[in-house]
Design a protein around this ligand. Structure first.
Ligand SMILES: NC(=O)c1ccc[n+]([C@@H]2O[C@H](COP(=O)([O-])OP(=O)(O)OC[C@H]3O[C@@H](n4cnc5c(N)ncnc54)[C@H](O)[C@@H]3O)[C@@H](O)[C@H]2O)c1
Length: 295
């Protein structure tokens, strides 16, 4: 039997967190969105407002509907405001030490019956569940970017997850209109297990001179029917996030296909994190993206 969810807490208002908060509010839940500081929080809330305004402009919702959705989201920088949440979803930086530190705090504040979920792309769910006092009520809810648009949520059962928490998570994702696919707590789950080596291989193909950045992307769009080329996709995911995911997959499986290519390592040292930093395989400073001349 699934638990009744009314109040949802979301940790992190970055690329994923702001979208996860917006989707939950859009499905009628009352949402508390927590960030580390006021500036980052306002940036995340601003992105939600922009998305809602765009939906009104496009005629997909009315101004009144957009106002109601926005009204359901409360921003905060205090963990204390999550106390009454029935479900807490974390979408903070992909770093196990940071996530563990956060859960230790949140676990002491949020009511004991609440379910906890991680949106991690690659870390083991059990490692996070184990530091809380409720490993039975811990699941993975893996959304895709942009969360407002992408239909899939991988619902991850770890070894400690109990039936009620798993049913609650599946039911919650479905109530948001998502396609909820159950999966096991294996690094990368289904999609990243297959997609990350593909993006890394595209970077290696570029390194080996098989094609330019644009040629590799255009070839995969026209030849494989993909809506977006692999290097555009890597910029979209965030090269820092991609780097963290491939490190975790490599640690877990020790296979070359998950290893960080040298080009990715150098781009990260340069601070080129993809679309979100303005530069990655493409330069986003102009009206439309052009290949990054610095590569
Ligand atoms: N980028 C993707 O395509 C994607 C897709 C699915 C899942 N994910 C996962 O989602 C998570 C977030 O990724 P992202 O791309 O949104 O990263 P991001 O860097 O855009 O955002 C992370 C945010 O978390 C905030 N944060 C850090 N510690 C916090 C804390 N203790 N409390 C509240 N906020 C905190 C940061 O200030 C930052 O704004 C990661 O676990 C990642 O693996 C990412």
């Amino acid at each position: 039997m699934a638990q009744q969810i009314e109040n949802v807490g979301v940790l992190g208002a970055g690329l994923m967190g702001h979208g996860i908060a917006q989707v939950a509010a859009g499905a009628g839940y009352s949402v508390v969105l927590r960030e580390v500081d006021e500036g980052t929080l306002q940036k995340g809330l601003g992105k939600i407002e922009k998305q809602l305004a765009r939906a009104v402009e496009k005629g997909k919702s009315t101004q009144e509907e957009a106002d109601v959705v926005r009204g359901r989201i409360t921003g905060t920088i205090h963990y204390q405001d999550l106390a009454d949440c029935d479900l807490v979803i974390e979408a903070i930086t992909e770093s196990l030490p940071l996530k563990l530190e956060m859960w230790r705090e949140v676990d002491q504040i949020v009511k004991p019956q609440a379910v906890f979920a991680t949106n991690t792309s690659s870390l083991a769910v059990i490692d996070q569940a184990a530091v809380t006092s409720r490993p039975g009520q811990f699941v993975g809810l893996h959304y895709f970017n942009p969360a407002q648009v992408m239909k899939l949520v991988e619902v991850v059962r770890c070894v400690t997850t109990d039936d009620e928490a798993f049913a609650t998570a599946l039911e919650f994702a479905r109530s948001e209109g998502k396609l909820a696919i159950p999966t096991k707590d294996k690094a990368g789950f289904i999609v990243n297990r297959l997609l990350v080596p593909y993006m890394l291989d595209a970077i290696r193909a570029y390194e080996e001179g098989v094609g330019s950045v644009g040629e590799i992307d255009e070839a995969m769009k026209a030849g494989a029917g993909h809506p977006m080329g692999p290097l555009t996709l890597a910029d979209f995911v965030g090269l820092d996030t991609l780097g963290s995911i491939c490190d975790v997959l490599f640690d877990e499986f020790r296979e070359r296909r998950f290893a960080r290519p040298p080009t990715l390592r150098k781009m990260l040292s340069a601070g080129w994190f993809g679309r979100k930093s303005g530069k990655g395989f493409y330069d986003y400073s102009g009206d439309s993206p052009v290949e990054n001349a610095g590569l």
